[in-house]
Design a protein around this ligand. Structure first.
Ligand code: FDA
Length: 306
């Protein structure tokens, strides 16, 4: 497992270089990114949501982007999110979206960011929809949780958060958030974090996930179990029976990852939502997907030759 962790750290490190980013994104969606990204336009994103719906799957739509350079870009991203909510509703689809606070200005000005997210949540509230706030690297966790807490008090049914099992702090964060009527997506965590803040070993991350899952299924308003790990999925099913959590949880998976497992879960009658990203700023998202599984690089290399 040490090699998988090293691979991940090196890939996330090299890929973060701005020159590498420019080079990689010069020719639009390429390098095998199509597998994980529904397209570059909102229309392509909606078409993917519709296709999943036809296969019995729910979706949450993500407009790719993070760490915008200025508040004008943040306002533009917020405007796109409001449009997404309306477009999904007009298409007769559930207006469910996922967003990153750094895309809505968190690293520039917290108050403006909160105002941007509030606008999206209000649009979702009007359309009977839902906004999930993704979780980014550990340096942004405090600010992200604070924005979530404020909005959750006002819109408990319309907004949810993500917690990452790899962070040591998450156990405490979960306890502290339960009183707001927590709607949480639990995931393992996708960023490169030092051992001072996150479990370095996969085994410990998995154990942490299972402990958090027990607390969340027992006491949170709603839990989204976001993983492609079959061992955790089976454990979640057992826990949900033990804790009578029927109707208070769903599974979530990423677009393009383990589609056969997704179809199997739906065939077994489980509620499953797919995270569907679209947009031109696909590169950092794509690199995190590559870093999760060394074998994914083989697809990229094959793509370069085809
Ligand atoms: P694990 O990595 O152990 O993989 C389990 C199995 O799935 C293995 O067989 C593995 O090969 C396969 N697999 C996993 N990733 C793959 C990939 N990219 N390609 C092909 N196979 C793959 N993270 C975060 O930090 N903040 C967030 O907001 C979110 N949001 C989010 C939403 C949803 C719906 C999901 C499913 C995941 C996230 N994540 C996330 C990402 C998450 O933290 C984690 O990095 C990935 O889900 C991979 O971990 P698994 O739980 O799948 O387990």
């Amino acid at each position: 497992m040490a090699t998988a962790q090293t691979f991940r750290r090196v890939l996330l490190g090299v890929a973060g270089n701005p020159a590498v980013t420019r080079l990689a994104t010069r020719h639009g969606l390429s390098l095998g990114a199509r597998r994980f990204v529904a397209g570059e336009t909102l229309e392509e994103g909606i078409a993917a949501v519709r296709a999943l719906r036809a296969r019995g799957m729910l979706a949450t739509l993500d407009f790719l982007g993070e760490k915008v350079a200025g508040l004008a870009d943040a306002a533009e991203a917020a405007s796109m999110y409001r449009r997404m909510v309306q477009a999904l509703a007009s298409a007769g689809l559930e207006p469910n979206v996922s967003l990153k606070l750094s895309q809505l200005g968190l690293t520039i000005d917290r108050a403006s960011c909160e105002q941007n997210v509030r606008g999206v949540v209000e649009a979702a509230a009007q359309a009977g929809g839902f906004v999930r706030i993704d979780m980014e690297e550990s340096a942004l966790v405090d600010a992200t949780l604070e924005v979530y807490r404020t909005l959750a008090r006002q819109f408990p049914e319309q907004v949810g958060i993500v917690l990452q099992a790899y962070l040591y702090r998450t156990r405490q964060d979960l306890e502290r958030l339960l009183p707001v009527g927590l709607n949480v997506r639990l995931c393992k965590g996708a960023y490169s974090e030092p051992p001072s803040v996150a479990f370095p070993k996969k085994r410990d991350v998995d154990e942490s996930f299972l402990r958090l899952l027990r607390t969340s299924l027992a006491r949170a308003r709603f839990t989204a179990v976001a993983t492609h790990d079959e061992r955790i999925i089976r454990a979640a099913l057992e826990l949900s029976r033990e804790l009578n959590a029927e109707g208070r949880y769903e599974f979530q998976m990423l677009y393009g990852v383990k589609p056969r497992l997704a179809q199997r879960l739906v065939a077994e009658g489980h509620r499953l939502r797919i995270y569907v990203p679209f947009g031109t700023h696909w590169y950092p998202y794509f690199i995190r997907r590559l870093a999760e599984r060394p074998a994914n690089l083989a697809f990229v290399v094959r793509g370069l030759w085809s």
